[in-house]
Design a protein. Structure first.
Length: 365
């Protein structure tokens, strides 16, 4: 069986650190907590789990902090977590099985990162990350913000997931880091332009976000997945700005880099829905339900766009067309994922009345 060092960088995480460590403590063989300047009870809580608590002054670079944290690992593999991450019970069992059976020749194990969930427990944002890496390989983190672990060698994909349970969104923190890079004259990579665009979009600076996404697309270099998502996110910015023509054009630009994705198909469905072109909207929504992400996909995937979301919107489209049976059936598909969603429950009652479904039995008469 392999041995694992957990390496974490933390700052003012008293609300969530214990939750994270409780979920990981019986998986790992060593816990290293590197504090970058906490002023709350974070260090006190960390010492309840380990005597390996260290200090590292914050330099403004997540990569520097993470790389420093990795230097404390003494076991065969390194696992990294953020303080607001947890390993849910099913994934804990799968992780323990992986630990027992992992071939020691493996250099890195990728795991799903469930970066967002809705109130019904559905994953809203998922992607893969190199999560368990061989200590002896001395893999390095790159980038000051939205950093990534540069890995090579024998990499395998697992079905284990780490779940992010964020308690608050630190608005503007990453945006300030990018603004500092601009002020000191740093040269941006395609990746920088993409993530800077994301920060601008999330902070409501839609015009500047579009400019940054365009800079990403101008560069020949860069990950094609970032370019696909630059088109999608740019379309969202144009939608927020009320420019439907450019919104549509941006979505279509994604086809220069990839076949249709569910995230694009659902957005095209919504575009035509807003134009009252319900049959065309249904075409795109229906396509979205047939385009789930590849389980080996490393880029962002948003499961809502091929599960409940297109079904709910098809239900509305069919209702507008007076096709109540089809509307009911798609509302029921959406209800499988969000059984207590007030809109879906309301639709169910309304459609049952339209279709004369008696005694609450889901049979169409």
């Amino acid at each position: 069986m392999i041995t694992i060092s957990l390496c974490m960088i933390v700052k003012n995480e008293e609300e969530v650190l214990a939750r994270c460590l409780d979920s990981a403590k019986d998986i790992v063989d060593e816990i290293n907590i590197i504090d970058t300047g906490s002023t709350d009870r974070t260090i006190e809580i960390a010492k309840q789990y380990t005597d390996r608590v260290f200090h590292f002054p914050w330099t403004g670079s997540f990569s520097e902090a993470r790389n420093h944290a990795f230097t404390y690992a003494t076991k065969e593999y390194i696992l990294y977590l953020d303080a607001d991450d947890v390993i849910l019970e099913g994934d804990r069992q799968a992780f323990l099985e992986l630990k027992e059976t992992l071939d020691p020749a493996v250099d890195s194990v990728s795991m799903f990162y469930n970066a967002g969930t809705d109130e019904f427990g559905n994953v809203t944002l998922r992607y893969r990350r190199n999560r368990l890496v061989k200590t002896a390989k001395h893999f390095q983190w790159r980038g000051e913000v939205h950093n990534y672990l540069e890995v090579s060698g024998y990499v395998i994909n697992s079905d284990v997931a780490i779940t992010h349970k964020k308690t608050e969104h630190k608005v503007g923190r990453n945006l300030k880091i990018y603004e500092t890079k601009i002020a000191r004259g740093d040269t941006f990579s395609a990746r920088d332009y993409f993530y800077y665009g994301n920060e601008l979009r999330e902070n409501g600076h839609y015009e500047k976000a579009i400019e940054s996404y365009e800079e990403n697309l101008k560069l020949r270099e860069g990950w094609v997945e970032d370019k696909i998502n630059a088109c999608i996110n740019m379309a969202d910015c144009y939608r927020f700005l009320g420019n439907m023509q450019q919104e549509f054009a941006a979505l279509c630009r994604s086809f220069d880099y990839s076949k249709p994705r569910a995230e694009v198909a659902s957005r095209l469905g919504y575009y035509f829905y807003r134009k009252n072109e319900y049959h065309t909207a249904i075409f795109w929504y229906d396509l979205a339900t047939k385009l789930p992400a590849d389980t080996n996909q490393w880029s962002f995937s948003f499961p809502a766009y091929w599960t409940w979301y297109p079904h709910l919107h098809m239900s509305v489209c069919y209702y507008r067309l007076g096709l109540y049976k089809e509307s009911y059936l798609h509302n029921e598909e959406a209800r499988k994922y969000r059984p207590d969603d007030k809109s879906i429950v309301h639709n169910k009652k309304l459609l049952e009345e339209k279709l004369n479904i008696a005694d609450g039995q889901e049979q169409l008469l």
